[in-house]
Design a protein around this ligand. Structure first.
Ligand SMILES: Cc1cc2nc3c(=O)[nH]c(=O)nc-3n(C[C@H](O)[C@H](O)[C@H](O)COP(=O)(O)OP(=O)(O)OC[C@H]3O[C@@H](n4cnc5c(N)ncnc54)[C@H](O)[C@@H]3O)c2cc1C
Length: 376
């Protein structure tokens, strides 16, 4: 007999785990289906740390969402007894007029966020791992920090389990079909039916939802951890997480945590659009050279021998804003996709929003920026 549920969530990564939890917590019978392990390192939610920050240079509209996300992460910590969120303070830096600096200031002003504007000299004195050039400036915001993404997924799945959800790993969804009264999902191991479907398939979203072709585009990323020559300068109590607009693009970085190195990466890395099922996951010398050249210039005491390199996937939309909502021609399907390299910090609130949208089609959160119909 085909199993029937209230909702099936396809993809139990960062967003799917949160969504399964919020749906189950509201009393729905939820099945989450994941093609790899829970958690795993093949998608977008691995690599030990993800920045969370209140200023949102991308658009001030994200600030109320991230504030709610902080509360939900703390709730999840209390519920599961796991440490998920570490506060280090956050730096948004760049030359005057740069997108990161001015956008960060705009969002601080729009939402009255506590912050300081620092010269490069002050940043470098106060946080000795940094070596920003004299003409750069920084917004320092004390609530910045990082999440541990694999632990966040585990915590959401544990909380979903506790609320009665069923999660099945190593079971790829091959396709789904609409029924008169719901949806039918075919996986590698069986057939399941539900009233509604949520697709949180990350870099694979367009493979399940052809309407997202060209709108949720996977991009190869590489992260580096380098051994600092002055290790204590990269400890979490002296090294705020950062977003930095350098001459050649936007970079982000973290204090030492769990890997013996200073971790950082470049947004969009080498701008390689890829098929998530067919790209080179092994970092190459050119990846390492690009990243090392950045550390040499801006964090020279963090640029010792390489400790680890890891590939990961962004899924970019044309405007780099998320896709959240029901698809125009598929009212039983809610999608959360296209998180464009800045989604993880929001995963807790995205779960809440996707649960709202799945149950009622509406949410009290302001999500106009993420309407799937905006691309026409
Ligand atoms: C290198 C890197 C650094 C980043 N840094 C930050 C940061 O500092 N701060 C921040 O906020 N964000 C950051 N991000 C972005 C953030 O990590 C992503 O936006 C977020 O992880 C996306 O979550 P997701 O659930 O959409 O994808 P995933 O976590 O990849 O989940 C999608 C899941 O769907 C599963 N799936 C796909 N197809 C199927 C199928 N057919 N059947 C079953 N399961 C399926 C996949 O296996 C996967 O588990 C970063 C991303 C990368 C790659």
């Amino acid at each position: 007999m085909t199993q029937r549920h209230d909702v099936i969530v396809v993809g139990v990564g960062g967003m799917g785990a949160a969504t399964a939890y919020h749906l189950a917590e509201r009393g729905l019978d939820v099945l989450g289906v994941e093609r790899y392990d829970v958690p795993h390192a093949m998608g977008s939610s691995h690599g030990i740390s993800r920045i969370i920050r209140k200023p949102q240079y991308e658009d001030p509209a994200y600030v109320p969402l991230v504030e709610r996300a902080y509360d939900l992460w703390r709730d999840l910590e209390a519920k599961t007894g796991r440490d998920l969120l570490f506060i280090t303070g956050g730096i948004d830096a760049g030359p005057p007029g740069s997108e990161v600096l001015e956008g960060s200031l705009e969002s601080c002003a729009a939402h009255d966020l506590e912050h300081e504007v620092l010269s490069a000299e002050t940043v470098n004195e106060r946080f000795p791992g940094y070596d920003l050039p004299a003409d750069h400036r920084a917004v320092y915001q004390p609530d910045g920090g990082f999440l541990v993404p694999e632990r966040c997924i585990v915590a959401h799945v544990e909380a979903a389990h506790a609320a009665g959800a069923t999660i099945r790993a190593r079971e790829p969804v091959h396709e789904y079909r609409h029924l008169d009264d719901g949806v039918r999902v075919e996986t590698s191991k069986g057939t399941y039916e539900a009233d509604r479907l949520v697709v949180t398939a990350g870099a694979w979203a367009a493979k399940l939802l052809p309407a997202l072709e060209g709108l949720a585009v996977p991009e190869r990323q590489v992260l580096a951890w380098l051994q600092p020559t002055e290790p204590t300068a990269f400890d979490a109590d002296r090294f705020p997480v950062f977003i930095h607009e350098a001459d050649d693009g936007h970079y982000y970085g973290f204090p030492r945590h769990d890997v013996p190195g200073f971790k950082f990466g470049k947004f969009n890395h080498r701008e390689e659009t890829v098929d998530p099922d067919g790209f080179d996951r092994d970092p190459e010398p050119a990846d390492e050279e690009l990243l090392r050249s950045y550390a040499d210039r801006y964090f020279p005491t963090g640029a010792g021998p390489t400790m680890q390199l890891t590939t990961c996937l962004f899924t970019n939309t044309p405007d780099n804003h998320f896709i959240l909502g029901r698809l125009p021609d598929e009212p039983r399907v809610t999608v959360g996709a296209g998180f464009s390299g800045h989604g993880f910090k929001f995963a807790s609130v995205i779960g809440e929003i996707l649960a709202d949208l799945t149950i009622t089609g509406e949410t009290d959160h302001e999500i106009g920026l993420f309407d799937p119909a905006r691309f026409g």
